[in-house]
Ligand binder design. Sequence first.
Ligand SMILES: [Zn+2]
Length: 110
Amino acid sequence: MAIISCPACNKPISDKAKSCSHCNYEFGDASAEDIQRKLSMQRYNKIQKLQNQSMIAILLFIVGCYFVFLGDFPNDEQGLMMYNGAVFVTTIGFIWYAINRVRITLTKRS
Ligand SMILES: [Zn+2]
């Protein structure tokens, strides 16, 4: 018998328990260990998905930066709009990446 944490309330319970003695969470036919394994799989998949999104965000940021600093925009209203668009893409990429970093950290911690 091992002590694991309840998938619902995170309090320590036996891995053979059919329900949590703290929050009365019912595990049904699956043992608490099975449920926890499933939850950690889901968490792993979620982190993978967030990491993929981070990659896209970094790509947006890099492409945006490239155009902001090296883009050869015409010196008129249209050029200004293109420049602002590049700044916008860079900002979105950076914010998106930051949000994903926070979400990955939170998911790993929970
Ligand atoms: Zn519980």
